[in-house]
Design a protein around this ligand. Structure first.
Ligand code: GDP
Ligand code: IMO
Ligand code: MG
Length: 428
């Protein structure tokens, strides 16, 4: 068996969590391969709503194994909160959640540094979720991070204190008053205490060599789904740098984030919204700073699952979508939130940009000054939230799907028409 991949093709929040939850019955193992608690993956079913940050979105399906891969970074405090939330609703993740020994830990100092770096950037700030993502991946690459497998080692505390001292020294060079910086409403010392308490919960979970686990699953004909976080346009290499996250969100990240060889990658499911959103700063050619953008935000409830920030909204950008399809080798597209566009008389789709006077059909190095070239498509007026088959969808929505398939040369095999698990149309 090969590993299938599901990831976001835009700027994150495409609805990955919902779709992973829908597809989980088809799989034996669900594995996150990158990112950390900057992710917020929403899952709704039977009137319940959950937002997962670190734990894979297969966790609500009993008898499925969920793996936090080596490419993920984990904050014990946030992890503990997620676990408690799950336990409250009757899910016992201790039975089916495994964590890679090689996954790195987000330390309180990483969160502090994230806040200090952002503040120092002033007007050029990234709009980070401030979960310590950048500083933790920096320490991983600098070969001085702490990993899950280190927790039980004798040197753990010594290494922690050494790293904390280094972090304090960096903070001091910024000449900021640390007492002005809180982490989730707590002082550094309070958060650090909570962090060490939370390590005790983390220790109760099974730490594994996940690269062996995943490859053995492949050899034993088990079906594995790799779950991405963020989106391709936030990838550290291919996103709108520096307004990106600090990991490889593209399908190549599965190889390094789970220890899977390229030849073992099977289907690549690329999730996109029927329009675009972005939270945080950075270029967004099709952004709508007008009533239409506002309408999409309200109808689509476009507020961040992790930070609650309003998401910037705009029309679908096919140039960016085609770029993402190319980078990931997408075999199947999955379109979410088509229901949100119901009621628009006309819907716009951008295919190509104007760079100065020149028409271009690629994502340029400097995406900031380009203007979108739009084509206008008829909208649909009747609600789609309760529709269960493709044939029953309004003709205009089917036309929208056909246009996207034609322009991207990629089939759309799943259409999501609402946030609930049940509001999903599977075409093939
Ligand atoms: P993720 O980070 O990619 O998992 O996406 P988020 O959970 O951050 O954001 C997607 C939001 O859209 C969540 O509130 C979902 O409940 C919701 N959602 C997912 N699919 C659909 C859909 O087809 N229609 C509507 N209206 N909402 C959806
Ligand atoms: P999911 O998995 C949307 C954005 C932040 C910021 C930039 C860098 O839910 O789709 P970071 O915290 O990584 O330093 O932030 O990336 N960002 C996301 N936007 N969805 C996410 O995850 C995101 N994770 C990070 O808003 O612009
Ligand atoms: Mg999200």
């Amino acid at each position: 068996m090969k590993v299938d991949v599901l990831l976001g093709l835009q700027w994150g929040d495409e609805g990955k969590g919902k779709i992973v939850d829908v597809l989980t019955p088809e799989y034996d193992v669900i594995a996150r391969f990158q990112g950390g608690p900057n992710a917020g993956h929403t899952i709704k079913f039977e009137g319940l709503k959950f937002v997962l940050h670190t734990i894979p979105s297969g966790i609500f399906n009993p008898n499925k194994t969920n793996v936090i891969g080596n490419g993920v970074i984990l904050d014990p405090v946030i992890f503990r909160k997620e676990i408690n939330q799950l336990i409250k609703t009757g899910v016992n993740p201790k039975d089916n959640l495994l964590i890679s020994r090689k996954a790195h830990l987000i330390l309180p100092g990483h969160r502090l540094l994230d806040a200090v770096y952002e503040k120092a950037k002033g007007r050029t700030m990234i709009g980070s979720t401030l979960k310590g993502i950048g500083p933790t991946y920096t320490d991983k690459v600098a070969r001085q991070g702490l990993r899950i497998g280190d927790i039980e080692k004798q040197f753990f505390l010594e290494k922690y204190n050494h790293l904390k001292e280094l972090q304090q020294r960096i903070v001091n060079t910024y000449k900021v008053n640390i007492s002005n910086f809180e982490i989730d409403g707590l002082s550094f010392n309070e958060y650090e205490k909570l962090w060490f308490d939370s390590l005790e919960i983390l220790k109760q979970f099974q730490a594994i060599d996940s690269e062996y686990f995943i490859n053995q699953a492949i050899d034993n004909n088990k079906k594995v789904l790799a779950e991405g976080a963020q989106g391709t346009m936030l990838d550290i290499d291919f996103g709108s740098y520096p307004f990106v996250t600090s990991s490889n969100t593209v399908s190549a990240g599965v190889c390094s984030g789970l220890g899977v060889a390229p030849s073992k990658i099977g289907k690549v499911f690329g999730v996109f919204k029927a329009y675009c959103t972005r939270v945080g700063n950075g270029p967004f050619p099709t952004e709508l700073n007008d009533e239409t953008g506002q309408m999409i935000r309200e109808t689509g409830n476009e507020y961040g699952a992790t930070t609650g920030r309003p998401r910037r909204c705009g029309w679908l950008d096919l140039t960016a979508l085609k770029y993402s399809i190319m980078l990931n080798g997408v075999t199947d597209l999955i379109m979410t939130k088509g229901d949100v566009l119901t009621g628009f008389e006309k819907i716009k789709v951008s295919n190509g940009y104007l760079s100065g006077n020149q028409k271009i059909n690629h994502v340029p190095y400097d995406i900031e000054p380009v203007l979108p070239i739009y084509e206008e498509i008829d909208g649909w007026q009747s609600p789609v939230e309760t529709i269960a088959t493709y044939d029953e969808l309004p003709d205009a929505l089917k036309d929208y799907v056909n246009i996207i398939e034609k322009r991207t040369k990629t089939p759309i095999s799943i259409i999501s028409v609402g946030p609930d698990r049940s509001q999903t149309i599977i075409r093939s």
